[in-house]
Structure formats: structure tokens, C-alpha cells
Design a protein around this ligand. Structure first.
Ligand code: AMX
Length: 435
């Protein structure tokens, strides 16, 4: 067993006691009640999911295992000579809640290296798809195509005990995660770089290897590490995390579950918003005959978008009620690496103008930017101008969080998810009874 797996097993054994105690001794403790508005309105704020991997406060933003973004970046071992930590160290941290030392981190890097080879048939599947297929469709199909590799499914039908479920789930999740950067880079180079695949490098971490396979020089490796970590987890209620968890709750394996989560991420008001931000900015440039917009131009363009009944991509959030700290972390990278870049200046100008317009418009509860408003400009700067690829980058990152979560779902034996629906007649009856 690898050091990470041994550590995880210890954690699982002690955590199971806590969950069992809550179910046995405190199952009837009331923690919330549901309103008709929540029932119809997307189950906002209803506390009915458990995760210890990240938590989200509307004003503070995300914490990974109780650490803020900067605490996480500072605590984890860094790739020598680089500004951002190993993604592999972050995976260890998300799974166990413990910060690994360099030896433990390098053991995960080596383990992932061994698991990283993508089966040839995955490339055949991708190549059989029409080249103008959206990269998210390709990414999801590649993940699903590998389902035949699932150890969990094989062991389940061999009659494995429930308390052992986490083990092959861990194996599947590590096998899957180790392959995702190669699959993403393959899709990119096949679609947009004349089908010139760059094989993985030797002894590289996930971020370094991804930059290498994309054919983009340093510091894009650091941009990749930062991107994957920042996009990993945002507690469990968002569409991609929830979809992955929901499908996994039927004891579907990691391949089925992650593919479902990626399909959710591909929605334009969830992960696809990062491509929409760049599309929308390009539209603004186009409308102004290619000129960099002024604040007044932008204000008018934002109003035009709202008046046409469309959303301002990259702004608003279902939980957050202030600027997303992931946006700030990405902005800090831009301030260091591309401070004079025109597109970055436009993104900053949108930040100056859009919140006041959204407040005046009066619909969005959160007029502030989320991470999608800031992520695309970084990839554009390093030469990835094909913005329909951006959500795949989000997807590689999101996989880290959701896969860590479904290993724990299995470890704690969470049941199949099955909320109760009601009819409109019932809601109307309860509304009448309430006066
Ligand atoms: N532009 C215009 N209108 C917006 C808006 C925006 N950026 N954000 C919210 N609104 C509107 C909603 O569409 C809704 O309109 P309605 O009353 O006509 O139905 C109203 O404001 C109230 O919405 P809300 O309660 O503030 O937000 P929500 O929880 O329903 O939705 C979100 C949250 C993110 C889907 C929404 O803010 C949005 O569509 N933003 C733009 C797309 C985006 O950036 N998505 C990425 C979010 C982060 C992520 O998942 N990657």
C-alpha cells in the first residue's frame, strides 16, 4: 500500500465512528427546514450534503480542509523553483486533511506517473468523433470510454464487502486522475494544433507535465498547478460536484460518476461560463471594430447584454456574496505575470463597471465576479486562444475535488441519494394552510 493509501485508511477507520455515532444517536436532531421557495428554487441553502473536504462561506469563500487559498498554497510542498505547490500534494491534503512532506509528495508523484498511461482505445474514440465536437464532449466521452478499467465494478460483482468499497474506488480515482492531463492535452493538440501530440515527459509533476504536453513554456506549468488547485472543489452542492456524488451514490464507479459531473460542468451557467467570458469579451471588441473598450463602452455593452435577457458571464454566484477569492488569486497571478496585457486590463475594467450595473439592474443577488471572470485571460495570454477548451481545464481541476469526495462517500458508506418530490397541488395546499 502506498503511504497515502495507508494514511487514508487510518483516517477512514476513525472517521467511520463519528458518522456512525451521528446516525445512531442524533438522527432526529433538526438542523433546517425547507420552504416552498427552496423546494421550487433549486434547493438553495438546504443542508443535506456532507463533505469534510472543502467548505464555502458566502463572504469568506472557499476553504480546503479548513485552509484558505493562500494558507493552502503556503502550506503545501512546492515544486523546486516554482511558485505553486504540487497538485499531487494537494490531492494528498484533500484526501487526508494532512499536509504531506516532500517525501510523501514525491511518492504520490511517482505513483501517478505509473498510473498515467492512457489506453490506446481512448485516443481511437476521440479520433472517431467529428473534429468540431466540443472539447467537453470529447473529455467526458474519453472518461466514460475507460469505464471498462474499473476495479470497483469488477470487485463489486465479485462480492466485495461494503467496508472495502473505498479501496478499489481509491484505485479507480487515482488511475483516472493520473490520466486526465494527458487526455486534455491530447484533445487540445488534436483539435487545435494540427494533430501533433506531445508524449508525456519523464519525472514531471502533473502541472509540469501538462504544460509540457500542451507545448507551452514556463511559467505555464505554474499557471496549470494554480488552475487545477483553484478549480478543484467548492463544497458539494454545485452542479458538477453534486452530479458526481449523486451518480456515485448508486454505486456507479468513478468513471461513470466523473463523466456525469463533467457533463454538468459543461453547462453555460456553471463551468462553461469561463469560455463564455472570453466569447463575450471578444463580442465587445468586435462591436467596437476591434478597439479596446472604454469604461463607457463597457457599461453600454453590459446593459445591452442584460436588456437582451442574457447573463453577464463570470458574475454572480448561488452561494457567494462577495468577490470570489479564487478570482483574487487568479488576479494576483495576472498582476505578477501579465500586468500590462490589454485583455487583463479589460477584465479589470469589467470588474470596475459590472458590479454597479448588476446592482442597478437589481436581479442578481451577487453582483461580484466568480473565478470564471478571470481564468480565461491567463490561458489566452499563454497562447490558448481557443476558448471552448477552457472548461476542460476546469474539468481536470474539478476532478481532484469530486474524486476525493466520492472515495470518502464509499468509505463512510453513504446511501443512495433519493430526495422526495412533491406535487404543485401539495405545495398549494400547504400554502393555503399556512394562510
Ligand atoms: N447576469 C445577469 N443576471 C444574473 C446574473 C448575471 N451574472 N447572475 C444572476 N442573475 C439573475 C438570474 O438569472 C436570476 O434571474 P431571474 O430572476 O430572471 O431568474 C436572478 O438574477 C437571481 O439569480 P441569483 O439568485 O442571484 O443567482 P442564481 O443562484 O440563480 O444563479 C448563477 C447563480 C451563477 C447561475 C448566476 O449568477 C449566473 O448565471 N451567472 C452568470 C454565469 C456564471 O458566471 N456562471 C458561473 C458560476 C460559477 C461556476 O459555477 N463556475
Amino acid at each position: 500500500m502506498s503511504n497515502l493509501k495507508t494514511k487514508l485508511h487510518e483516517k477512514i477507520l476513525s472517521h467511520r465512528q463519528r458518522t456512525a455515532d451521528l446516525i445512531k444517536n442524533h438522527r432526529d436532531v433538526v438542523i433546517d427546514s425547507v420552504t416552498i421557495g427552496q423546494c421550487i428554487g433549486g434547493i438553495r441553502d438546504v443542508k443535506c450534503l456532507v463533505t469534510d473536504i472543502s467548505s464555502l462561506d458566502p463572504y469568506e469563500g472557499i476553504r480546503f480542509r479548513d485552509k484558505t487559498i493562500s494558507e493552502t498554497f503556503d502550506a503545501l510542498p512546492h515544486v523546486p523553483g516554482c511558485e505553486y505547490p504540487y497538485v499531487e500534494a494537494f490531492w494528498y491534503f484533500l484526501l487526508t486533511g494532512e499536509v504531506p512532506d516532500m517525501t510523501q509528495t514525491l511518492a504520490v508523484v511517482e505513483d501517478f506517473d505509473k498510473r498515467s498511461q492512457v489506453p490506446c482505445y481512448v485516443f481511437d474514440v476521440l479520433r472517431a468523433m467529428p473534429r468540431d465536437t466540443h472539447p467537453m464532449t470529447m473529455f467526458s466521452a474519453a472518461i466514460l470510454a475507460m469505464q471498462r478499467e474499473s476495479l470497483f465494478t469488477r470487485k463489486y460483482f465479485d462480492g466485495m464487502k461494503k467496508t472495502d468499497f473505498w479501496d478499489p474506488m481509491y484505485e479507480d480515482c487515482c488511475n483516472l486522475l493520473a490520466k486526465l492531463p494527458s487526455i486534455a492535452a491530447y484533445i487540445y493538440r488534436m483539435k487545435y494544433r494540427s494533430d501533433t501530440f506531445i508524449p508525456p515527459g519523464k519525472y514531471l509533476d502533473i502541472g509540469g507535465n501538462f504544460a509540457h504536453m500542451m507545448g507551452i513554456a514556463r511559467p505555464y506549468d505554474d499557471a496549470a498547478r494554480m488552475t487545477f488547485i483553484l478549480h478543484s472543489d467548492h463544497e458539494s452542492g454545485n452542479v458538477s460536484s453534486h452530479a458526481t456524488h449523486l451518480v456515485a451514490s448508486a454505486l456507479s464507479d468513478a468513471y461513470y460518476s466523473l463523466s456525469a459531473g463533467i457533463n454538468g460542468l459543461a453547462g453555460p451557467i456553471h463551468g462553461l461560463a469561463n469560455q463564455e467570458v472570453l466569447r463575450w469579451i471578444q463580442e465587445a471588441f468586435h462591436k467596437l471594430g476591434g478597439q479596446v473598450p472604454t469604461e463607457e463602452d463597457l457599461r453600454e455593452f453590459i446593459w445591452d447584454t442584460l436588456n437582451a435577457g442574457h447573463v453577464i458571464p463570470g458574475y454572480g454566484h448561488a452561494v457567494l456574496r462577495k468577490t470570489d477569492p479564487r478570482y483574487i488569486a487568479l488576479k494576483e497571478f495576472c498582476e505578477k505575470h501579465l500586468p500590462e496585457y490589454d485583455l487583463f486590463k479589460v477584465v479589470n475594467m469589467i470588474y470596475k463597471v459590472a458590479p454597479s450595473v448588476l446592482m442597478e439592474h437589481g436581479r442578481a443577488k451577487d453582483p461580484w465576479p466568480n473565478l470564471d471572470a478571470q481564468s480565461g485571460v491567463i490561458h489566452w495570454y499563454y497562447g490558448i486562444t481557443e476558448f471552448d477548451f477552457y472548461t476542460v481545464l476546469f474539468g481536470v481541476g474539478r476532478a481532484i475535488g469530486v474524486l476525493a469526495n466520492i472515495i470518502w462517500d464509499r468509505a463512510l458508506g453513504y446511501p443512495i441519494e433519493r430526495p422526495k418530490s412533491v406535487t404543485t397541488d401539495m405545495l398549494e395546499k400547504w400554502a393555503r394552510e399556512a394562510g
